[in-house]
Design a binder for this molecule. Sequence first.
Ligand SMILES: [Zn+2]
Ligand SMILES: [Zn+2]
Length: 156
Amino acid sequence: MNHSHKCRPVMERIMEKVNKDGPLWNGTPCWEYKGALSHGYGRISVPPCKNAAVHRVVYQSLVGTLPARIELDHLCKNTRCCNPAHLEPKTHSVHMKKNKKDRCINGHLRTAENTIYLRNGKRKCLICKRIQEKARYHKNIEYRREYARKLWRERH
Ligand SMILES: [Zn+2]
Ligand SMILES: [Zn+2]
């Protein structure tokens, strides 16, 4: 590693190794770090720290400074992701609790806006519901096309 390389702004060094078209979470793509990883998290040398967590560096330069004791939670569960929209600062205890409790089976965070209560008292995730409805809609389009093709064949 030469000197000029080290002097380049850290965000520039990170972003050239980030694929901003990663898997979608909650409608936006993960920013996947393609550089060095350690325990699944992207790492980069930011003097004086030799082993800084990439997602923390990105979050702090795009969103704001974080006290060292505050962890960043990957809402998308993709530990190499550094999309600030997929990161949420937490204290350790809340971090543990939230991961267990307030999520639907597909891992969407349960908030007041995306949760509805069914008559049997169960909660339903609106993000999942929307995805299911979209899938059903597309299936219906396929079905209608197939039906139209069948009618056409019968008449010709
Ligand atoms: Zn992500
Ligand atoms: Zn869901």
